[in-house]
Design a protein around this ligand. Sequence first.
Ligand code: NAX
Length: 336
Amino acid sequence: ATTPVTITITGAGGQIGYALLFRIASGAMLGDDVPVRLRLLEIPQGLRAAEGAALELQDAAFPLLRGVEVTDDTAVGFEGANLALLVGARPRGPGMERGDLLAANGGIFGPQGRAINDHAADDVRVVVVGNPANTNALIAQANAPDVPAERFTALTRLDHNRALGQLAAAVDSPVGEIRDVTIWGNHSATQFPDVSHATAAGDPVLGVLAARLGGTDAAREWLVDEFIPRVAKRGAEIIEVRGSSSVASAASATIDHVRDWVRGTGERGWTSAAVVSDGSYGVPEGLVSSFPVTSDGSGWQIVPGLELDEFARHRIEASVAELESEREAVRELGLV
Ligand code: NAX
């Protein structure tokens, strides 16, 4: 029998937590041959909701589920964690400036980083979902000096999946036929969804778009005026239409991120994840920025050597500049 994998989920009493827990326990994340133990970490106000979710997990009788623990003690929450999904964060309140938001989240992700450093398993891997995700991941990583930096990531897979969905509709192709889309930069409105290397059923997407829209200029126009803003602002669109933020799609993207990281991306081309930059593509070392990545199961690798035109370089620089200013702000606050 395989040893269960211990998974810590913070903010487990919240909306994304509720959508995540049942898919993890069903085997959708790590496979239907891998037993799991869940640690649900909440703040006191969220404990009852997490406890309720734990009761429902018991009622779902998942054969792979080997235990659920609910706690508001950070040390207990990360004890022995092989995977840490950091979903709980401080949302931006009315009148809150960016500095206040970063400081409030520093108060969460600093201590969580230290607890991961001190209590998690040696092989721990971390994905930050709670916003501002990239900089929260940077804060956690900076507070975990004994954990290799590359184990800290932030979620841009939802943006990636949104881009796949939009492209599939635009070229009228099954979403599974679209490959090699990239989200670059920050999980924010400055992100750059890049289709310059993407293919649909093996054909370059740019060519397919040009054929459908009546030329290369029309395809470019659609990308710049429709596609990029739609993907970058999809979160706001969901709030407007649904009356509530993205939940099930965010949970699904988190499942995809971890599954591909742990089980590998295989023959499906690359995906997108925010990882600690090694300086690739001019992104300053140490920033947690989204890149095209593959995994062989042991860790993410940034896809090397892609050609970027001037438009792409500009867009990436703009998003990276935002990440740098966030890093500067949390440095000034003494959080990293
Ligand atoms: P909810 O407000 O429903 O849930 C958040 C939960 O976190 C609450 O139960 C709260 O008690 C808990 N929490 C707060 N501080 C905590 C702490 N220090 N330790 C443990 N738990 C804590 O929000 P939900 O809709 O689940 O969204 C969670 C986060 O995901 C938000 O920060 C949101 O902005 C972010 N998102 C990130 C996305 C991404 O692609 N990276 C997309 C979806 C989502 O917007």
